[in-house]
Write a protein that binds this ligand. Structure first.
Ligand code: ATP
Ligand code: MG
Ligand code: FE
Length: 329
């Protein structure tokens, strides 16, 4: 089964051709990061306009790279949500047009299911597994006992980790998106600022207090005329994030007797987090898998991978399909 997948939930226009959920024939991405940089974040109106301008070219590129025509495609998949509504609609309308004009089934895909299935491409998912999702809009711990079977055991009550990274980056004047810059700086600094490790009961997370602690510390030091090396801010913030994420993740693995751990979403690209997860997994005989960097951030290959299982389960959308800014897994 060959699926053409479209992803436009945020600021990447992405189209991919994926066979049987694992074989990526093409993975075309047009990133708008440069256009949003000067605003310090994604501007929804700007994102939608860019998607409109780029979607046709990215579709053509994905087909050309896969060396395939629409005649060889079995189904068209598209991210239904969650995401920016105007951005989602561009991908959804393009996917509808392709499905209608070429008489192909249309498959709606959950964006976070896509992030999880980014791990299915190099090696098939093994169940039961625990997924740690750390992206720009989500921080969740999810148990999967079978394909497309999601049990959310914990999630953030306020900011997502990626969001906290981007906000902290802004306070130390790093460009958008801040995550990779904070990651790079953190490697050069010391965990000297003793930021809190916000740990809640159960498996929920909270990162807004940590973000405020960073801002307040910098503010108080500035009032006393003291400066803090930005690399120490980055290192201290990152140390707190990594402590909290790994503590909860390994607690959950133990409580639920799960030995497979997958990590996904943009923050899964974080070098410090990857290194700590790797060390802890080795110590505890946990099988850890994290996608390659280009499959951590938004892409359509992950949507095509998940879409195969929606296809098999006979999940279909009709031409009334709408974008959803929020959507349960
Ligand atoms: P969602 O998937 O929740 O809808 P999104 O699609 O915007 O949100 P992703 O594209 O998965 O999120 O991830 C983007 C986020 O990942 C940004 O917040 C970015 O700063 C962060 N990020 C990317 N690389 C790194 C890194 N090396 N360290 C920390 N954060 C990173
Ligand atoms: Mg993005
Ligand atoms: Fe995403």
């Amino acid at each position: 089964i060959t699926i053409l997948a479209v992803e436009t939930s945020c600021d990447e226009t992405a189209v991919s051709v994926v066979r049987n959920g694992r074989e990526v024939l093409s993975n075309s991405v047009n990133s708008q990061i440069e256009s949003h940089k000067r605003f310090g974040g994604v501007v929804p109106e700007v994102a939608s306009r860019h998607h409109v301008e780029n979607i046709t070219t990215v579709i053509a590129d994905a087909l050309k790279t896969a060396d395939i025509t629409m005649a060889d495609i079995d189904a068209v998949a598209v991210t239904e949500g969650p995401g920016l509504i105007g951005a989602l609609l561009v991908g959804i309308n393009a996917a509808k047009a392709l499905a209608l004009s070429h008489q192909k089934p249309l498959i709606p895909v959950h964006h976070i299911a896509g992030h999880i299935y980014a791990n299915h491409i190099e090696e098939p998912l093994k169940f039961p597994l625990l997924a740690l999702i750390v992206s720009g809009g989500h921080t969740e711990l999810v148990i999967m006992r079978d394909h497309l079977n999601f049990e959310v055991i914990g999630e953030t009550r306020d900011d997502a980790v990626g969001e906290a990274y981007d906000k902290v980056a802004r306070t130390i004047n790093l460009p958008y998106p801040g995550g990779p810059h904070v990651d790079r700086l953190a490697a050069e600094g010391q965990d000297s600022l003793n930021f809190p490790r916000p740990v809640l009961e159960g498996y929920d997370f909270s990162f807004s207090g940590l973000k405020s602690a960073v801002i307040n510390t910098l503010h108080n030091k500035a009032q006393k005329g003291e400066t803090v090396p930005p690399e120490d801010v980055a290192a201290s913030f990152q140390a707190s994030v990594i402590d909290v994420l790994t503590q909860k993740t390994f607690e959950a693995l133990e409580e639920y007797h799960i030995e497979e751990l997958i990590v996904c979403g943009g923050v899964a690209a974080n070098k410090g987090l990857r290194a700590r997860l790797d060390a802890m997994a080795k110590e505890r005989d946990i099988n850890l898998r994290i996608p390659p960097l280009n499959l951590c951030t938004d892409n359509a290959a992950m949507i095509g991978a998940a879409a195969y299982y929606y296809y098999v389960k006979n999940v279909r959308a009709d031409l009334n399909l709408n974008g959803k800014s929020t959507l349960d897994l």
